[in-house]
Write a protein that binds this ligand. Sequence first.
Ligand SMILES: NC(=O)C1=CN([C@@H]2O[C@H](COP(=O)(O)OP(=O)(O)OC[C@H]3O[C@@H](n4cnc5c(N)ncnc54)[C@H](OP(=O)(O)O)[C@@H]3O)[C@@H](O)[C@H]2O)C=CC1
Ligand SMILES: N[C@@H](CC=O)C(=O)O
Length: 428
Amino acid sequence: MNAIKIGLLGLGTVGTGVVRIVEKHQEDLMSQVGSPIRIEKIAVKSLEKERSIAVDPAILTQDPWEVIRHPDIDIIIEVMGGVEDTKTYLLDALEHGKHIVTANKDLMALYGSEILAKAVEQQCDVFYEASVAGGIPIIRTLIEGFSSDRITKIMGIVNGTTNYILTKMSREGASYEDVLKEAQQLGYAESDPTSDVEGLDAARKMAILGTLGFRTNVELRDVSVRGISSVSKEDIAYARQLGYEMKLLGIAERHDEGISISVQPTMVRTSHPIAAVSGVFNAVYVYGEAVGETMFYGAGAGEMPTATSVVADLVAVIKNMKLGVNGLRAIVPYKEKKLKADDQVFYKNFLLLQVDDKAGVLAQITQVFAEYEVSLDSVIQTPNAQQPGAEIMIVTHLANKASMEKVIKHFESLEVIRRIKSSYRVEG
Ligand SMILES: NC(=O)C1=CN([C@@H]2O[C@H](COP(=O)(O)OP(=O)(O)OC[C@H]3O[C@@H](n4cnc5c(N)ncnc54)[C@H](OP(=O)(O)O)[C@@H]3O)[C@@H](O)[C@H]2O)C=CC1
Ligand SMILES: N[C@@H](CC=O)C(=O)O
């Protein structure tokens, strides 16, 4: 029986998992696709590197073109990362009639529409399930499972590294730097972990989810982004004291006025199911007008969970090849995009202020909120043992983003406020 020949770009964390699954589950895979699957050629950066799996050195190359242009290879699995060069490789592969499976959210968030358009033109498949939330089949779910519904909210913990960091800081009081190093050693973090901790990785994933969920072309620049580097152990402790968990949350919402998408550290009410998602786990909460609330949970990063999604895509591509069809691209052309203005985006806020401990301070502060029509849910004042003055914790009711920005700007020049220690979005 003729084997289906695969070209692999990358043999790092995810690539290694792909090779392991293809080897270990070969019989099971074969029973689904009707042919053996063979990894014919693998591009790596270094031929000398010690690998955790045994691979025939003859199939390794440092030249991605040897994989892309290999005459016997029908499907390219791209798990090497990178954007500009990788885009060139994949467009060339499509141009030559090869199908693509990729885990590359950086690429799909920036050039997904161009790559998918080329796939349509060439009647090829481009599958990218592993690009969002590792082992959770959320892309398939949005495209197929919810094809009959109108999704109005997607809320996700979509970065495993930052969830791992926040969980360890919260539960074990571990330091940010130590946990980040651990996440890197475990293969969760990106080659440049700034994109994890500064929220860019999550923003890319939210752009992909927003595009699929709202069936409009959400671009990276449409996502407002704030990472976790400014979150302190003290903030996490305050959040817990008030009944919230601190999470890096991507939130995409759709109303009649338009859509809004953000990624930011958010205090999530502990009773919300997403607050219980800890460690490297991810979860995507989807609200559809007809279905109501749903939530999808699983490992969001790491070798085997991510490779599971990649190989599942591979199976789907081979099945399509055999049937002579293409799939999972029913989302183009997109609907026209309408973004909400800041005064149309509403959420609750938490503010921690360091203030003078004297009469009239609270009155001045509440007056500023009143001036910008932001109403308050709770105000707690505590003496601060470490610093002079007092601390005030404030949780607002739903307030529009533009008004809250004005409040914070006003506070910066209010004499009785010594420092705005932190401010977070609140959910639930
Ligand atoms: N790690 C994870 O949990 C997840 C990762 N992803 C995505 O999957 C992709 C791969 O991630 P990951 O496996 O962690 O990355 P790694 O850094 O572990 O592996 C990258 C692999 O690509 C090879 N490579 C890099 N550049 C080149 C090049 N120019 N030419 C040839 N080979 C090259 C490297 O070679 P060498 O081994 O010689 O260094 C390495 O084998 C990325 O897009 C990432 O965002 C998606 C979901 C989860
Ligand atoms: N660095 C990413 C890997 C998966 O996409 C993460 O931590 O989630």
